[in-house]
Structures are given as structure tokens and as C-alpha cells.
Unconditional design. Structure first.
Length: 391
């Protein structure tokens, strides 16, 4: 190599070193990263296989809880075998629309006056939560059905399902199939720990398209909505696509746990779906399995805002705010109103929303309960007859 080439090569190395020094001074984090890289490299040098200590160093440098490119696919692969298709056959009597038409009567008389029988197939979703074939779904998926069948993932065979228990007001139902005692299951997570903005995954059978996966975020919690003849007092809102046929399917968190039961959609808007939180499901699941009555008040409640608690001199965590009252519910009959703050139940302090739920669940359907509430700053007493949710 001649002198000129040596000088050129030296100039290139010098320029490269200068750029690196400038970058390290401008971005201190880069210097720490390079130092960390040297530490790991030094630990691996001279060895074909990392030692236990080296492996621990490498593993500790990988952040946990990261949303990676395979995260959704991995969760779906594990969860899908427990998601099922629910088919309900509903038979109804349909009157001939021309039966009262005088011209129709003149030509055909009464030969078509009897109602005609019509059978309609309804499709929905569900998921197995016990390995011996217990399935959670929506009540509206199977309500009024003459027969219900379930199709497992990856199978063409259908299994007849028994309706174990239903809850019309909460729109929940438990089914049972005899397909073995070691079926894949999904675990119920804690919806109270889910935060607005968390990623969620919906799996179901929209429009009969088996095991369709949609992804979004948890958009809001505690939504009261009315859909058809049902009033839901406490729903989770998501922008994961939920369409007809998704009802009854699971809404999953990134741990693969069910935090909601997909139940309704807003047909007037896009990107808005709803799910029943598992906090509601867990409180009635045993009753549904055993088909025992579930006590019911008919209010959507939430934590009392701090400024309201200060005005009423309520200790932190005590009382619960009525966010919505279901029409024709025991609460509505008793005169409870949106904005009421319930502070005691049968003389016992109400410890937040969960406290009221526990107190109502601990009461017998048909029993009477005395509620102390604040309304417009005044403390009053309301007596309510506890209702039953089970259909």
C-alpha cells in the first residue's frame, strides 16, 4: 500500500471516529447503548454458547409487556379453540298480511286465515369457560329458541346444547354441551383492571363467518345504552368491529383473558361496539350455572366524584352515584333517579359501586330494602323491592 493510500485510509478512519464522537455528545443515550452493547458482547466473547450468567444479562435487556408483531396472532391461536358458533332455531307464527283484505277474502275465503309457521335461524358466538362443556353467550342469541346447537372450532359436527340458565336483563346465558370433559377454555379476567385505551381483541362469527378476529382499543367504560327492548346499564365500549353474529363472543385483553362478552353494536355508527364487563358476569355466573334467582336493582352506578363527596362530607370511597336507572326496573318503580348518591343499604354503609352490588346480590329477590340517598343535597329514604334477573 503506497503512502497516498495510507493517508486516505487514515483520513476515513479519523472522519468516522469524529462522527461517532459528535453523535455520542449530541445523544448521550447512544453512548450508554453502545456501552451496554460492549458489555453483552464481552460476556459472549470466546464462547460458542452463552453461560447462564450471560443469558440472564441478555434476557434482562429485553423489555417485558411489549406489543410485538406476533402478539395478536399468538393470543388468537391460543384463544380460538375455545370460541364456538351458536345456532338457534326460532319458530314463530306469522299472520297472512292480506287476511283482512276484503278482495283477498272474496277470492280465497278463510283458507289462508290461519297463521303460518315460520322457522328462523339465528347465529351467534360463545366461548367455553369450563372444560366439561359449559359455554357463556348472550341471552338474545338463544332467547325464544326451540333448539340450540353449538359448533366447535375446526369441526363440522354440531352438538345439541342445553340452556342451563339465562338472565334477560343482563343479556347473559349459560349453555351446556356433551362433547368431552377436557375441552379448551378461556379464563375470565378482571374488567375493573382494564383501562380506557388498552388494546382488545374480539373473536366471533359475524354474519356466519367463522372465527373472525377484529382488534381495537377499549374506548370507554360504564356506558348505559338501550338496544331493542333491553337496557344495558354498564357496558364497555370498543372500536373493535362487532357485527351481527359476534354477540356472545369474547373480548380479550393482551393476556388472552376475557374481559367482556360482546353483546351489541350501534347500527347508526361505525367503530362503536359494546361488551358486558366480566365484573358483571362474575357476580351472577354461579347463579346462572345453578339456575338460581339473581337479585336485581336496575341501576348503573359509579364512584362518587371527589367534588360531590366533598359537598356531602362523604369519606373517600363511601357511597355510589347512580349513573342511570333502567326503565321498569325495581329502582325505577321505587323512584330512584339519575344523580342520586346511595350512601346506605338497610342501614349498612355502601362502600362504593362494588359494595352496593354485593349488598344487592346478598338480598333475596322479593325482599324490601331501605336506601338512604342524597338528592340535590338533601338526604332522603327510599324503599325498594329487590327484583330477580333470571329468566
Amino acid at each position: 500500500m503506497n503512502r497516498r493510500n495510507v493517508l486516505k485510509l487514515g483520513a476515513v478512519f479519523f472522519a468516522g471516529a469524529l462522527v461517532v464522537l459528535l453523535m455520542i455528545n449530541a445523544f448521550p443515550g447512544l453512548g450508554r447503548a453502545l456501552a451496554g452493547a460492549r458489555t453483552v458482547t464481552a460476556g459472549l466473547a470466546g464462547s460458542q454458547t452463552p453461560t447462564a450468567t450471560t443469558a440472564a444479562v441478555v434476557q434482562s435487556s429485553i423489555p417485558t409487556g411489549v406489543f410485538g408483531p406476533e402478539t395478536i396472532a399468538d393470543i388468537v391461536a391460543k384463544a380460538s379453540p375455545a370460541v364456538v358458533k351458536v345456532t338457534s332455531m326460532v319458530t314463530s307464527q306469522v299472520a297472512n298480511p292480506f287476511v283482512n283484505d276484503p278482495f283477498f277474502q272474496q277470492f280465497f275465503g278463510n283458507q289462508f286465515s290461519s297463521p303460518q309457521t315460520q322457522t328462523q335461524e339465528m347465529l351467534g358466538s360463545g366461548f367455553i369457560f369450563r372444560p366439561d362443556g359449559y359455554i357463556l353467550t348472550n341471552d338474545h342469541v338463544i332467547n325464544g329458541a326451540n333448539s340450540v346447537t353449538v359448533t366447535l372450532a375446526g369441526q363440522d359436527k354440531t352438538y345439541p346444547a342445553t340452556v342451563v340458565g339465562t338472565d334477560y336483563n343482563l343479556d347473559l346465558a349459560v349453555l351446556k354441551i356433551n362433547a368431552g370433559s377436557n375441552l379448551p377454555t378461556l379464563a375470565l379476567g378482571n374488567s375493573n383492571q382494564a383501562r380506557v385505551g388498552d388494546w382488545v381483541i374480539a373473536i366471533g362469527n359475524p354474519y356466519g363467518l367463522d372465527h373472525t378476529v377484529t382488534v381495537g382499543v377499549l374506548s370507554a367504560k360504564g356506558r348505559p345504552i338501550t338496544a331493542g327492548n333491553r337496557t344495558y346499564s354498564n357496558l364497555m365500549q370498543t372500536d373493535a368491529a362487532i357485527n351481527p353474529g359476534n354477540s356472545g363472543g369474547p373480548l380479550l385483553n393482551l393476556s388472552g383473558q376475557v374481559i367482556g362478552i360482546n353483546t351489541a353494536m350501534d347500527q347508526q355508527a361505525q367503530g362503536i361496539g359494546f361488551a358486558i364487563p366480566t365484573s358483571t358476569v362474575s357476580s351472577v355466573l354461579t347463579n346462572l350455572i345453578n339456575h338460581t334467582p339473581t337479585s336485581y336493582l336496575g341501576v348503573s352506578v359509579e364512584t362518587v366524584p371527589r367534588y360531590v363527596a366533598d359537598q356531602l362530607n362523604l369519606p373517600s370511597g363511601q357511597g355510589t352515584l347512580v349513573a342511570a336507572v333502567e326503565p321498569n326496573s325495581p329502582a325505577a318503580t321505587a323512584g330512584l333517579q339519575q344523580g342520586d348518591v346511595i350512601v346506605s343499604f338497610n342501614g349498612q354503609t355502601v362502600e362504593g359501586p362494588d359494595g352496593l352490588v354485593a349488598q344487592v346480590r346478598g338480598s333475596s329477590p322479593g325482599s324490601r330494602a331501605t336506601l338512604a340517598i342524597y338528592r340535590n343535597g338533601r338526604k332522603i329514604t327510599v324503599t325498594v323491592t329487590i327484583g330477580s334477573n333470571n329468566g
